[in-house]
Design a protein around this ligand. Structure first.
Ligand code: NDP
Length: 329
């Protein structure tokens, strides 16, 4: 395993990590979740990603049970949770969601209880909250760090401007600002990581824990010509994700990439994950898996560094044809 600094912090995070969205407490059984965490940990993964909303809190309960059973040294792994949507999702009352002090503090307590932990290593604001001043959230996160309930805090899908506002507040009052952002990043979704945050990697040393490296499975090639029935996109209620993911522009790129990966002698998921790892601004690529074999396969991405030469990267760029433009000004 390779370890990278989480932005400008000194925290060493594994370049590949494991997430639990849609899988833990929902799509897969607890034994499979246990197997996935063991495979990950044994391969050097030290970061497991979670959120209050995942399976309405059940994902944290499942992960907490597994951690308790494994009894791995607490200082050998990093656990996250995220606050914003509330664990009740669309049934949450106004005080049970958002980034105001009340919910952030209560959600942290609830996550710790579900995970059976004394502290969270990383705590993310899952989305920006237009109803709460950023100043209130920054103070709350800083205080949680002072209380030892969280170690680092960050954002997810915030704009560069919102992240900078949080840093300005932190600087004004000598508080601890956000260390990392969790954006979507993959061959099909590039703008935030490659363009929008370009400046703030330099100015505030932003770290990134990127999600959906396989574009929710499209970049495995398995949807190229048919619709397999045993995937997340066939789960009832996931129609919104299916419609967005299986847009023709995505499938057409996936088909061409499948052929190219074959020429290189690798599988498309392995190539797609290695492509994410190639970006030096990515601190960790959060993997998702519903089966152990998928996770085992995806770890091969770590061995692909030499294969992704400038020439290969250019060929991929030509296939994708979606390179975001970085303004010169
Ligand atoms: P991916 O885009 O990599 O999708 C993972 C899914 O693709 C798996 O669950 C599996 O689904 C399928 N898959 C993975 N590997 C293979 C393979 N080798 N062959 C075939 N199918 C494969 O990542 P996720 O969307 O799961 O995101 C990763 C993590 O990021 C999440 O668990 C979560 O922790 C985090 N996240 C954060 C968000 C945020 O807003 N901050 C939003 C979304 C995710 P299946 O078998 O069902 O097809």
């Amino acid at each position: 395993m390779e370890y990278r600094r989480l932005g400008k912090s000194g925290l060493q995070i594994s370049a590949l990590s494991l997430g639990s969205w849609l899988t833990f407490g929902k799509q897969i059984g607890n034994n499979t979740a246990d197997e996935l965490m063991s495979i990950a940990y044994d391969n050097g993964v030290n970061f497991f990603d979670n959120a209050e909303i995942y399976a309405r809190g059940r994902s944290e309960i499942v992960m907490g049970e597994i951690l308790k059973k494994k009894n791995w040294d607490r200082d050998s792994y990093i656990i996250s949770s995220k606050v914003f949507f509330g664990y009740l999702g669309k049934d949450a009352r106004p005080t049970q969601k958002g980034l105001h002090r009340k919910h952030v503090v209560e959600a942290c307590e609830q996550a710790l209880k579900r995970l059976q932990l004394d502290y969270l290593d990383l705590y993310f604001c899952h989305r920006p909250d237009k109803q709460t001043p950023i100043e209130e959230t920054v103070w709350t996160m800083h205080n949680l760090i002072q209380q030892g309930k969280i170690l680092y805090w960050g954002t997810s899908e915030w704009s560069a401007q919102e992240i900078m506002e949080a840093h300005m507040v932190a600087q004004r009052y000598s508080l601890i600002g956000p260390t990392m952002e969790q954006p979507q990043y993959n061959m099909l979704e590039r703008n935030k990581v490659e363009v929008e945050y370009a400046q703030i990697y330099k100015t505030v040393g932003l770290g990134t824990t990127i999600w959906s490296p396989l574009a929710t499975g499209v970049l495995t090639g398995k949807y190229n010509d048919s619709f397999p029935g045993d995937t997340r996109l066939s789960i009832l209620g996931m129609e919104w994700l299916k419609d967005a993911a299986l847009a023709e522009a995505n499938l057409s790129r996936a088909r061409k990439l499948t052929t190219f990966a074959k020429e290189l002698g690798v599988s498309l998921p392995v190539l797609a994950i290695a492509w994410c790892l190639k970006n030096e601004h990515v601190s960790t690529v959060i993997l998702g898996a519903s089966k152990s074999a998928q996770l085992q396969e995806n770890f091969k991405a770590l061995e692909l560094k030499e294969l992704l030469t400038a020439d290969v990267m250019e060929k991929i760029e030509n296939i994708l044809g979606n390179k975001p433009i970085l303004s010169q000004y």
